[in-house]
Ligand binder design. Structure first.
Ligand code: SER
Length: 610
């Protein structure tokens, strides 16, 4: 087995799939664009949902990448050997191209011939079947063919061996997961089983570490809950980079891998107490926070900013358990190490290092000041509570001392107490801060929603972008876009507040384009080709070499030409009417418009290739 570094594994994976005719695409940002249903990119497939639903991808039918991901549903498990909030996911996709046989064969070849993991320590699981879909004998048969013995194949239900659909309805299917035996001897903290592999993850879950998941999207889930076979069968795979590194480097846990260990080491240097779990929490959370800030988010009480705040404050509290002073210098020091380990792959960590240090330092100072007093308040409340911390106290801890409710819940749990969450929410709503509730709702939501409403709002942002450039000038560039089911939010470069007249002109121009019912279509070209034909775009390293350019216009006028993944409505007339609700400052040199649309088609058609 090769002792590969994390960088080697990443590169080897991408090279392997490139050689198998896959187009290697860059990691999308952590903050999904134009997707109202989730706060963070949670899997490699997430930015690819439109293409899994049938939009053609400019890179073709075979794609591969390494996607940075954030998953906070596992936050309580962070601190064990294998769960992380922030991780990198290697993935390969077939968009209606190859299916089970090739996917499994390529996975097996990569695991056994490239990584040289002995087949004796590999096991897999397949879907066991239920009323919706049969047992996945097909996948199991292919595994046996390539050389996995029958007793290393487990069969598990939907919770384990099924992925999707992306939203309430859509493509989904059984998956097959690949596991590596982690013998006891590789783990300093007692991870896993005996030295010899035993059974499979169905018969003996202890000891097997999941590293890869091949999802076979062969069904469409209908609104009535039924499943019917899909015409375009896709493959979506995801391999955990840190876990694979733990296997290859025989260290038994992700925190001792070559890129994570130096961050842990930094925490160790600062800590004045021994507690592995808290050290790991700090390592994971500050790494996640560093990446999130680099992607443009600052701590706040809403949406991604709230999650970021929660991660930083949780790390600071773990720091306190390790007797690390939080006076503004602790978290930036850890972030420096994160940047040193990952800056060569994710360039924006280096570019934004100043902002990252500053944001962390501010948050640390702010929370550091109230943490001690808040802890005193908490202790007092805990002492007088019999089973539960009441909602008013929990809200007071949040409002006055900056304790996220989740932190209070954790502290309470350590003392065998509950927190009256309903009471907390009641106090919260009384203070009219509905934003957090919104954040949580979104957080538990499904993946991308490509509804008619979203497409209408998305096309509206293109119209708005073009209109702003026509009225304000060519210095206007999109700096960000966020769409919920109710509204669009569009950030753009411009130095001063827009006048009411300018706003009116922009709104009029957009609505004129809507009234003219202009057709929308796209074509595929190279990044350079797109630049040459005057398409607007962000032009940073987020684009693949091949891009889609959406054109809004007819033979007489081209209203807008923009690089974008789509989807969009087929004609502007489907949108209805745009109303600008607000224009405000977003950050220095960046303005923000919030707008809604009224009327328009209930069910839209989508723009197609020219
Ligand atoms: N979407 C699947 C997962 O996240 C495979 O990439 O596991």
């Amino acid at each position: 087995m090769n002792n590969l570094s994390t960088d080697d594994i990443r590169q080897t994976y991408l090279d392997f799939f490139k050689q198998k005719d896959h187009t290697v695409i860059p990691s999308a940002p952590l903050i999904p664009e134009n997707d109202p249903t989730v706060l963070f990119t949670t899997a490699g497939m997430h930015p690819l949902v439109p293409y899994l639903l049938g939009e053609p991808h400019p890179g073709g039918k075979r794609l591969a990448d390494c996607q940075k991901c954030i998953r906070t549903q596992d936050i309580d498990e962070v601190g064990d050997e294998s769960h992380l909030t922030m991780f990198e996911m290697l993935g390969n996709w077939s968009l209606g191209d190859y299916f089970k046989e090739d996917a499994i064969k390529m996975s097996f070849e990569f695991l056994t011939e490239v990584l040289e993991i002995p087949r004796e320590i590999l096991a897999v699981t397949c879907f066991c079947g239920d009323d919706d879909a049969p047992k996945d004998e097909e996948a199991a048969k292919i595994w046996i063919e390539v050389g996995i013995p029958e007793d290393r194949i487990g069969f598990l239900p939907k919770e384990d061996n099924w992925w999707g659909p992306a939203g309430q309805t859509g493509p989904c299917g059984p998956d097959t997961e690949m596991f590596v035996w982690m013998p006891d001897s590789t783990s300093p903290d007692g991870l896993r089983g005996a030295s010899e592999p035993k059974g499979n993850p169905e018969t003996n879950p202890q000891g097997w570490l999941e590293v890869w998941n091949d999802v076979f999207m062969q069904y469409n889930k209908n609104a009535d809950g039924s499943f019917e076979p899909l015409k375009q069968q896709n493959v979506d795979t995801g391999m955990g980079l840190e876990r694979t590194a733990a296997v290859m480097q025989k260290c038994g846990n992700v925190y001792e891998t070559d890129r994570m260990a130096p961050i842990m080491e930094k925490v160790n240097e600062l800590a004045d107490a021994d507690d592995l779990t808290h050290k790991r929490i700090i390592t994971d959370h500050i790494k996640a926070a560093t990446f999130i800030i680099a992607d443009g988010i600052l701590p706040s009480n809403v949406d991604q900013g709230y999650v970021l705040r929660r991660l930083i404050r949780r790390a600071i509290r773990s720091g306190r358990r390790l007797r690390i002073e939080a006076d503004g210098g602790f978290t930036p020091m850890i972030a420096d190490e994160v940047i040193a380990q990952y800056g060569h792959i994710y360039g924006n960590l280096k570019d934004k290092s100043k902002e990252i240090r500053k944001a962390l330092s501010n948050e640390e100072q702010q929370f550091g000041k109230t943490l001690k007093d808040g802890m005193k308040q908490f202790e007092k409340a805990a002492q007088s509570a019999s089973t539960e911390i009441d909602g008013v106290t929990a809200f007071h801890l949040y409002d006055t001392y900056g304790f996220p409710i989740e932190l209070t819940q954790e502290l309470a749990k350590e003392q065998g107490l509950n927190v009256d969450e309903k009471g907390f929410n009641k106090s919260f709503e009384e203070h009219q801060e509905k934003s957090r509730a919104g954040a949580l709702q979104k957080f538990s939501g499904g993946l991308a929603d490509h509804s008619s409403e979203t497409a209408k709002l998305h096309t509206s942002t293109h119209l708005l972008n073009a209109a702003l450039r026509k009225i304000l000038g060519d210095h206007v560039y999109q700096k960000g876009s966020n769409i919920t089911a109710e509204r669009l939010r569009f950030d753009f470069s411009h130095n001063e507040k827009m006048t009411p007249e300018q706003l009116e002109q922009v709104e009029k121009l957009v609505n004129k384009a809507i009234e003219e019912d202009l057709p929308i279509s796209y074509h595929i070209t190279t990044v350079d080709g797109a630049k040459e034909e005057g398409a607007i775009g962000v032009f940073d390293d987020r684009y693949d070499n091949e891009v889609k350019v959406y054109v809004i216009g007819n033979d007489q006028i081209t209203f807008s030409k923009e690089i974008c993944g789509g989807p969009h409505v087929a004609r502007t007339g489907m949108i209805g009417k745009l109303k600008i609700k607000k224009e405000e400052s977003s950050s220095s040199g960046v303005r923000r418009i919030k707008a809604v649309i009224e009327g328009g088609a209930d069910e839209v058609e989508f723009a197609e290739e020219d």
